[in-house]
Design a protein around this ligand. Structure first.
Ligand SMILES: Cc1ncc(COP(=O)(O)O)c(C=O)c1O
Length: 381
């Protein structure tokens, strides 16, 4: 049996998404910028997809800018803030995905731009008092960039609460919502935020496509110079089949989002119970596990100490169970996790991130659990 439990890294495409993309690849090949009928046909798909996405988020189609995925969208949000909005202080956390963390550090290349890090606790929660103090310090223009849910440990922020703090301190607010888009409902009329980001491959859409939402209050222009696509913000011929696939993936994700949530949360709770039953007090979980503040698709397990910790993921993989340790996007790499380090986790204990999708079954969890037991009883003993 092969069990894929690395859905926070990427998800398999939904069959309906593939079906929606095939006619675009095969038949709808016009360049949406062309004025002839082929171009107009593509343009119609492009704008219908944009309208669909905007309707799910309750925002305006003109606020959606398609990008090559989450990384580009995060880069663009912060770059826009610095280059176009006069932001000099980026306030973020040490637990952000590198798409934000490395971008923030790189933006120090602009004169007077500085990055401040908010304090986090051992479960990865943001210290909101510290955030408020950082916002009050000095009179530079500021942007807060805090991820909605952490991709490694699942800990979530309350977007509305952070938005209110930002607004009362007159700061811009960006949230990396790559792990929550398609998994939680968003109402952008209710949530006052400047930038959020999306990657379709995290909810059974294609890779290499995502978007940046930019609140219409912000006038952003010309980030990627070129042919004037995406209303001049991002030049380059649009990834048409990706965009159509993204819109279809979103439709499928939001059609039944509560049922997906319940199904996946049920599997996560079940795995937690199974692990506790087998390991007793010797098993822990990195990050928040309280469902009201934790991403239901992610469970980061801190296993009992063993001398052969380095063999855990490798042996599980040999037995057909795909999970990851450290960051999703660098799984397979030997570099330690900045997130686990950032929450002060005991790095001598082996850890594995199990991440689920709506396609994950209880049988798969049972199989994975059997393999975990065998690995601890045989290989790691
Ligand atoms: C929280 C978060 N932000 C950004 C990204 C980057 O997205 P992409 O791979 O689409 O560039 C990821 C991908 O793992 C992620 O988990």
């Amino acid at each position: 049996m092969n069990v894929y439990l690395d859905n926070a890294a990427t998800t398999p495409m939904a069959p309906e998404v593939i079906e929606a993309m095939i006619p675009i690849m095969r038949d709808v090949f016009g360049n949406p910028s062309s004025s002839h009928s082929f171009g107009r046909q593509s343009k119609a798909y492009l704008e219908t997809s944009r309208r669909k996405v905007a309707a799910f988020l309750n925002c305006k189609p003109a606020e959606i800018f398609f990008t090559s995925g989450g990384t580009e969208a995060d880069n663009m949000a912060l770059l826009t803030a610095v280059r176009e909005l006069g932001v000099k202080t980026i306030i973020t956390s040490p637990l952000e995905h590198h798409a934000v963390g490395h971008t923030a550090e790189a933006l120090k290349m602009f004169p007077e731009v500085d990055v401040k890090y908010v304090t986090v606790d051992s479960k990865g929660h943001i210290d909101l008092e510290d955030l408020e103090n950082l916002l009050k310090a000095g009179d530079s223009k500021k942007i807060v960039s805090l991820m909605h849910a952490n991709n490694e440990i699942g800990t979530m922020i309350d977007l509305k609460q952070v938005s209110e703090i930002c607004r009362r301190n007159e700061a811009y607010f960006h949230s990396d919502t790559v792990q929550t888009m398609g998994h939680f409902a968003f109402d952008l009329q209710d949530l006052d935020i400047d930038f959020i980001t999306c990657a379709a491959h995290k909810f059974h859409g294609p890779k290499g496509i995502g978007f940046l939402y930019i609140n219409q209050k912000i006038k952003a222009t010309n980030l990627i110079h070129g042919g004037g696509q995406e209303r001049g913000f991002r030049g380059g011929t649009e990834n048409m089949y990706g965009i159509v696939g993204l819109a279809k993936a979103m439709e499928l994700a939001y059609e039944d989002v509560e049922a997906h949530q319940q199904h996946v949360q049920g599997l996560k709770d079940y795995l937690i119970d199974e692990l506790k039953e087998y390991f007793g007090e010797d098993v822990d979980f990195h990050g928040e596990t309280d469902p009201s503040r934790s991403l239901y698709t992610v469970l980061n397990v801190c296993f009992p100490k063993t001398d052969k910790a380095g063999m855990l993921l490798f042996t599980l993989d040999l037995k057909g169970v795909a999970v990851s340790g450290g960051s999703a996007c660098s799984s397979g790499a030997t570099k330690g996790s900045h997130v686990l380090e950032g929450i002060g986790a005991d790095m001598t204990r082996p850890n594995a991130r199990f991440s689920f999708s709506r396609y994950t079954t209880k049988d798969e969890i049972d199989y994975a659990m059997e393999q975990v037991k065998e690995v601890f009883e045989k290989t790691l003993a």
